[in-house]
Design a protein around this ligand. Structure first.
Ligand code: MGD
Ligand code: MGD
Ligand code: SF4
Ligand code: MO
Length: 881
């Protein structure tokens, strides 16, 4: 390997793909690491576009470059003194419980460890929680109830050697695309059966032999029915249960109560249920993958345990090709759980409610301020801030103004809190708007440390470039603050490696097999070993020379009696139901090419072209009832608030349900953020919010005009009722809609080309400076059809020709380019929907393989194969690839 090749890990999803970054003449090149066990060289569209975001960050004004206090740039010394001063003053005046940290699974383990140590150990407040509360909290609680520890027993290879893979509330094809690729290959090679359990059809339906489009929130009933069926089919592994499991009889008893009317409760065809039960019963090698359709529920923990119950009853835990398998979302969701980043955890799998653990950690850290007991979980934390009980909040690597439920209350809380500190990498997010102190952190490619992926595999993120401006590592920032607050001795690390070693030593401290998380071997290693670390799976206790692929295969669990527990869980429907006022249920989730609140993926033109606007996906019958037409705007209203999205009618939705994306914020749109719609109902065990189930009504959002605005400048659009911003490389594109003529500031220095047709209410206007196009606006009563590809390309021209000017005013691209590529389907080869449709139309019985040959689409990472198939399905009868 040449010295310019750096091995690191992808900063997006919890698959944790290994990457090789190398320096080419014109910039960095990122490829999949063929030696990394998670991906073996594969990548998905987001991973493949990483360099776009890195380059976009490098140019322009994207990054937060310097520390700021009250909007003014200050030195680090000043910023750190300000943070420490405010925290110390709050501590002195109101006590430790008035201070909270809200952190993230996008921190590295080393950062996370320091945050937890500083707040719980030294400031003495238990109120540190993380966005994992919105993500994995139900799984953490479910694992602890079943196994006695938060342990994922499985590994990725299990997906390849299973005979049956069940995806529950997981859109693997879009959210864990490299795992979907591995599963797709296994299915091709050995005929793995796949069952998808999701209320709507998704890109993952394409993998599935059976899709159970169950009523939202009814998973417990479905799995209780399965458990009862296993019993009546005499398929329970009694010998295994006798030796290794408690609670079977009680679990069975409640399961039988639910089992009577599963078809009714779940809204499924009894024949489909029977097929699913039969496949599960007769297939020892079964892996059940579950994700947010399970966790983000007011009964998320029960859903987790209902699934694990069926695996325990059949002895299918931690065996090759046979296990329950929670796939994690964020790159370091798992690392956060290992350092105890949640309000109901302590570091290294210790328990805040166990006095022995609290004492142990207090001694290890030499931290007399460490208290026992649990802190406030995210939703309650922001309520406490709103009520004035918490006076200082430090937010790191998360954007709660967008991603938490009841976003209106969250924003009020952020507004009234006397001290808000935000550490982020970009300069503009909804949450940063509320910060008194802004701290620039190092981002991916600059920061140095470790992450843990879904299969417990710890990998290094290594820097390959210097951070911009004065950005610093999150752990460095916190350690400096700790030093000024007087805790310097406990925070004197010089490198991330030193922190990792302390974390590793703690994991083995007085452990004696009591705590599953143990990587004590790494406590004895040196800096050079850390630098050269190869990905390994924990545990790796003292003396171990390699990691552990699977856990609990021997049936010995972490509960003190060594046995796993089956839980008696009962189907309880979601907190809120549809009503006359709010007749539809809104389900929320993710798009293939965007990451959460889009602070990074939103910078890439390539990624933004897949779904440029947030869509309201709705069944044709519901669209008809609400009088909505494809491509129009619609208002989505819940008891909490409202949003405006573009209507997309699809029979992939169940009637009665709509799907809306979580990604858009106020930074990127006028009304596209959906956090204001979500109610704060949480799971009673895990505290995780019910983000997937909100009663809403939808209605047309009628405006006098609709428009497209292409620009190279920043504008104040606050007076325009609807706008959504899309990055398009040479310019930004705004979809607009409104009633009054839009006033666009910031262009008065330009020459204006203007075409107005008052009879048809059409306006076309372009702004030119020194011959170069600066901005262009197209307004009409109906959304104007303008070729985005042609127009964005005009911005790259040094001067507009007379013909360009004429075409701009005519709003028409030249014939040869008139066919816009349309929304991007294949982001690896930049092939749009229109081109695929045209290619399909040009060939009788066009297959997915033909499309690949003719356009390249689908031949890169493969994330778009389901969409190509879907397009072909509508274009013509599909021919198999
Ligand atoms: N492209 C992309 N990938 C990502 C992310 C991203 O932002 N973008 N984020 C990452 C993160 S942090 C996470 S947590 C993961 C999330 O990964 P996933 O959990 O796979 O993604 P979601 O789209 O949130 O939700 C999954 C599915 O749950 C279904 N669902 C809703 N209600 C129910 C229900 O009651 N029962 C069942 N069985 N299903 C239901 C939804 O219809 C949806 O299709 O993705 C990770 N990967
Ligand atoms: N309705 C609804 N809401 C949801 C969900 C849903 O499915 N539906 N999903 C939930 C889930 S599973 C999750 S995980 C959350 C995610 O929600 P968030 O965590 O709020 O989303 P991100 O956009 O990932 O925010 C990360 C922030 O950290 C910054 N950042 C990136 N790297 C670094 C770093 O190294 N250091 C620092 N200091 N900052 C950094 C980014 O610029 C960004 O502003 O959303 C939750 N909210
Ligand atoms: S699958 Fe996840 S970890 Fe792998 S490249 Fe894609 S986003 Fe990155
Ligand atoms: Mo997540």
């Amino acid at each position: 390997m040449s010295t310019t090749e750096i091995r690191t890990t992808c900063p997006y999803c919890g698959v944790g793909c290994g990457l090789v970054v190398s320096r080419a003449r014109d910039g960095w090149v990122v490829g999949g690491d063929p030696d990394h066990p998670a991906n073996k060289g594969r990548l998905c569209s987001k991973g493949a576009a990483l360099i776009d975001t890195v380059n976009a960050e490098a140019s322009g004004d994207v990054r937060l470059l310097y520390p700021e206090v009250a909007g003014q740039r200050v030195t680090w010394d000043k910023a750190i003194a300000e943070v420490a001063g405010r925290l110390s003053a709050t501590l002195a005046e109101h006590g430790p419980d008035a201070i909270a940290f809200y952190v993230s699974g996008q921190l590295l383990t080393e950062d996370y460890y320091v945050a937890n140590k500083l707040l719980k150990g030294f400031i003495g407040s238990p109120h540190i929680d993380t966005n994992s509360r919105l993500c994995m909290a139900s799984t953490v609680a479910g694992h602890k109830r079943a196994f006695g520890a938060d342990v994922v027993p499985a590994c990725y290879e299990d997906l390849e050697i299973a005979d049956l893979v069940i995806l529950v509330g997981s859109n693997l094809a879009w959210c864990h695309p490299v795992l979907a690729q591995r599963l797709r290959t296994a299915k091709r090679d050995r005929g793995t059966r796949v069952v998808l359990i999701d209320p709507r059809g998704t890109a993952s339906s394409d993998l599935a032999d059976l899709h159970l489009a169950l009523k939202p929130g009814s998973d417990v009933a479905l799995f209780n029915g399965l458990l009862a069926h296993l019993d009546s089919a005499d398929a329970i592994d009694r010998a295994y249960v006798l030796r290794h499991v408690t609670g079977l009889e009680a679990a069975l008893e409640t399961a039988r109560e639910d089992a009577g009317d599963v078809a009714q409760t779940c809204g499924l065809d009894p024949a489909d249920i029977a097929t699913f039960y039969d496949w599960f019963t007769t297939t020892p090698r079964t892996v059940t993958v579950f994700s947010q359709g399970v966790n983000q529920s007011s009964r998320g923990t029960d859903k987790v345990n209902a699934i694990i119950n069926c695996h325990l009853a059949t002895g299918r835990v931690g065996k090759p090709g046979s296990s329950p398998f929670s796939v994690t979302g964020q790159p370091n969701a798992m690392g956060g759980r290992e350092v105890g980043g949640l309000a109901n955890q302590l570091a290294a799998h210790m328990n805040p409610d166990d006095p022995a653990d609290v004492d142990r950690l207090r001694r290890f850290w030499n931290a007399p301020a460490l208290k026992g007991g649990q802190g406030l979980k995210a939703v309650d934390m922001f309520r406490a801030i709103r009520e004035g009980r918490i006076k200082a909040l430090w937010i790191m690597a998360t954007n709660p103004a967008v991603s938490l439920p009841e976003a209106t209350l969250v924003r009020e809380a952020l507004k009234i809190c006397p001290t808000i500190i935000v550490s982020d990498i970009v300069g503009s997010t909804d949450s940063l708007d509320y910060a008194h102190i802004r701290l620039p952190a190092l981002g991916w490619g600059e920061k140095d440390g470790t992450v843990t992926n879904s299969e417990r595999r710890i990998s290094r993120q290594r820097p390959f470039r210097a951070g911009p401006g004065e950005a610093r590592a999150d752990w460095w920032i916190m350690s400096k603050v700790a030093a000024v607050m007087g805790y310097g001795a406990a925070f004197a690390w010089r490198t991330a490696g030193e922190i990792f070693r302390e974390h590793a030593i703690l994991s083995g401290f007085e452990n004696d097999g009591l705590r599953a998380f143990d990587i004590a071997t790494w406590g004895r290693k040196r800096e050079a070993d850390y630098a050269a670390m190869q990905p390994f799976q924990w545990p790796m206790p003292a003396g171990a020379t390699r990691g552990t692929e699977r856990m609990y295969a021997d049936g010995r669990f972490t509960h003190t009696n060594g046995r796993a527990r089956m839980l008696a869980v009962r189907h309880i429907p979601p907190v809120e139901r549809a009503s006359l006022r709010f007749p539809l249920i809104a389900n929320t989730g993710r798009y293939r090419d965007q990451w959460h609140t889009m602070t990074r993926t939103g910078l890439s033109a390539r990624l933004s072209a897949h779904r440029p606007e947030p869509l309201l996906e709705i069944h044709p019958s519901d669209a008809q009832t609400a009088d909505l037409l494809e491509g129009e705007l619609a208002r989505v209203i819940s008891l909490q608030g409202e949003a405006v999205l573009r209507v997309a009618i699809t029979d992939a939705q169940r009637p009665g349900q709509v799907f809306i994306p979580m990604h858009w914020s106020d930074t990127l749109s006028a009304r596209g953020g959906i956090g204001r719609l979500i109610a704060p109902h949480t799971d009673p065990v895990s505290g995780q919010p019910e983000s997937k189930h909100v009663p809403v009504r939808v209605e047309r959002f009628i405006t006098a005009w609709a428009g497209l605005f292409f620009t190279t400048r920043q504008h104040d659009l606050s007076a325009i009722p609807y706008w959504v911003r899309q990055e398009a490389g040479a310019c930004r594109i705004y979809e607009l809609a409104g009633d009054d003529a839009p006033a666009l500031s910031g262009l008065s220095d330009c020459e204006v080309l203007d075409f107005t047709d008052p009879a048809r209410d059409i306006t076309r206007r372009a702004w030119v400076k020194e011959g170069k196009l600066v901005a262009a606006l197209f307004l009409a009563p109906e959304r104007p059809e303008i070729s985005r590809d042609w127009l964005s390309a005009l911005f790259a021209k040094p001067t507009l020709t007379p013909l360009d000017r004429a075409r701009l005013l005519a709003g028409r691209a030249p014939e040869t380019e008139a066919a816009d590529d349309g929304p991007i389907v294949c982001s690896c080869h930049a092939v749009g929907r229109n081109r695929i449709m045209k290619t399909a139309a040009s060939r009788p019985a066009c297959s997915v393989a033909d499309i690949g040959k003719l356009t390249g689409a689908g031949t890169g990472c493969g994330s778009c194969l389901p969409e190509i198939k879907e397009i072909l399905r509508h274009a013509a009868p599909v021919v198999a690839a």
